[in-house]
Structures are given as C-alpha cells and as structure tokens.
Design a protein around this ligand. Structure first.
Ligand SMILES: NC(=O)c1ccc[n+]([C@@H]2O[C@H](COP(=O)([O-])OP(=O)(O)OC[C@H]3O[C@@H](n4cnc5c(N)ncnc54)[C@H](O)[C@@H]3O)[C@@H](O)[C@H]2O)c1
Length: 250
C-alpha cells in the first residue's frame, strides 16, 4: 500500500533532533524522498544516515544557505513537494534582560527562517502547480505565553500571521500553507531548559496527563503535508494534549 506521502520530495529543516527528527522519521515511514537540514552537522547527518536521506548543513536564517538547500533538493530529485520549517530556538530571558542581539537572533531563526523557507521553495512549487508548506509555530505566542519568552512568543505569533498571508498569496498556485502549534513536547531542547520536577509538574497540568512526544506533532505535520489536507490552507493545528483548555488553574 502506498504511503501517505509516497515519493513526495520533502525538505525538513531542523531535523537533527527533537520534533524535526520525528517529522523526518514519520515522513520516511510514509514513503517520502527526504532532504534534511540542520545548522549542526553531526545530529543532522546522523538522522539522515538512519533514514537514507540527503543532509545539507543549513542555517535557516541565512538566505544564501536556504537557496542552496532548495537547489540541492531540485538537483537530486527534480522537484520540491513539501517543506517543513521546524528549526527554532527558545532562550529564556525576562524583558529587561533580553540583549538586542538575542532578540534579533530569535526572530531571525524562528520567523525569518520560515519566510526564507517559503521564498526558497516557492519557485519550484509554483512551476509544479503543487506544494505543501508546514511551519512549526507554538501555543506560546499565538495562544498563551510565559515570563521569559517575549521574543519567542513574538516570533511564533509572527509565524501564524505569515501562514495566513502566504496561504492567500500562494493559493492560486496550488500551494497550501499551514502550521502546527505544539504544547510541551519532550525533546532534547525542552529537557535541556527544564529540570525533572518542572517537567513532572507540567505533565500533571496537561488534561491528557502527559507531555507530548515528537511523533504526536509529526502526525499532525504529516496530515497537513498529505493530500488528505488538500482543502486546508492558512490555518494551524494545536497539538498540546488539551494544555491550553483549562479555564482556571484551581
Ligand atoms: N519542544 C516543545 O515543547 C516545543 C513546543 C512548541 C514549539 N516547539 C517548536 O518546535 C520546533 C522544534 O523544537 P524542539 O523542541 O524539537 O527543539 P530542539 O532544540 O530539540 O531541536 C531543534 C533543532 O533545530 C536545529 N536548529 C536550531 N536553529 C537552527 C538554525 N538556525 N538552522 C537550522 N537548524 C537549526 C537544532 O540544531 C536542532 O537540531 C521549534 O521551532 C520549537 O520552537 C517546540
């Protein structure tokens, strides 16, 4: 039986670990031809080797590197059907303490990276008359926030605006643009920032009783990237185990 993205050429950015590695693995299971990117060589190349994918070391905030990524995918496979821009950084700093350079870097990776992913892949998708763009946003920014994440929240809320704008602009070319808003997902990036007690408390506060795993998010990304989502554009799917639902914390 054919996979849900059988033979589709898919670029996954930020695929070295965490949610991005989960997306890449899920796409591989469903038959995609993968080109993976990450700004760190070692984890990106390791994920790619496991999945039999091509790896291109790429900083998503750099337009030249992003153009090279799209060119590599085109040279190898002749088309780009799907791009998932999932790379993101989430340093903690309260507003008075955010260095301007850190503000700019969070916006450059998280938000400009999404813009550059679209810009790099649009020409090929437009020429094909087909494309699926899936961006990793967050509940943090679009729905809720937390002290220490002003720059992160601004970047992720910006992604949701970009999704709507790009969806309108690209619809007539057969390209859909959507996103996922993960809640707290157990990844290397999350556990590096928080201790076990905090992680346990977060899990207890989620109505479904656990934190998410990369595969939970990857399943939503896969759906949005598949032909089952052909009539869906300009929107996001929240993947948070009900985390944002409680009306009150007491
Ligand atoms: N884990 C969560 O709870 C959670 C919740 C909501 C949203 N998200 C979002 O999901 C995405 C992945 O998060 P994660 O927890 O898997 O993070 P992670 O830190 O575990 O993995 C992120 C990957 O992206 C790569 N990366 C970072 N900056 C890059 C750049 N400039 N260019 C290319 N690659 C780059 C890293 O090297 C790493 O391999 C991020 O966009 C994050 O904001 C995560």
């Amino acid at each position: 039986m054919a996979g849900r993205v059988q033979d589709k050429v898919a670029i996954v950015i930020g695929a070295g670990q965490g949610i991005g590695a989960g997306i890449a693995a899920r796409f591989a299971e469903e038959g995609a031809r993968l080109v993976l990117a990450d700004w760190r060589q070692e984890p990106g190349a390791t994920t790619a080797a496991k999945l039999g994918a091509r790896f291109v070391q790429t900083d998503v905030s750099d337009p030249i590197q992003m153009a090279r990524l799209a060119e590599t995918a085109l040279a190898k496979h002749g088309r780009i059907d799907i791009v998932c821009q999932n790379a993101g950084i989430f340093p903690f700093a309260l507003l008075p303490d955010i260095p301007v350079e850190q503000w700019d870097q969070v916006l450059a990776v998280n938000l400009r990276g999404c813009f550059l992913a679209i810009q790099a892949c649009q020409p090929a998708m437009q020429a094909q008359g087909y494309g699926r763009i899936v961006l990793t946003s967050s509940i943090t920014g679009p729905k809720v926030s937390v002290p220490g994440h002003a720059h992160y929240s601004a970047s992720k809320a910006g992604i949701n605006g970009l999704i709507r704008a790009a969806a309108i602009e690209l619809a007539s070319f057969g390209i859909t643009v959507n996103g996922v808003e993960p809640g707290n997902i157990l990844t290397e990036g999350l556990t590096a920032e928080r201790d076990q007690d905090y992680i346990d408390a977060m899990a207890r506060s989620v109505p479904l009783g656990r934190l998410g795993v990369p595969r939970d998010v990857a399943n939503a990304v896969l759906f949005l990237a598949s032909d089952e989502a052909a009539y869906i554009t300009g929107t996001t799917i929240v993947v948070d185990g009900g985390q944002i639902l409680p009306e009150s914390k007491v």
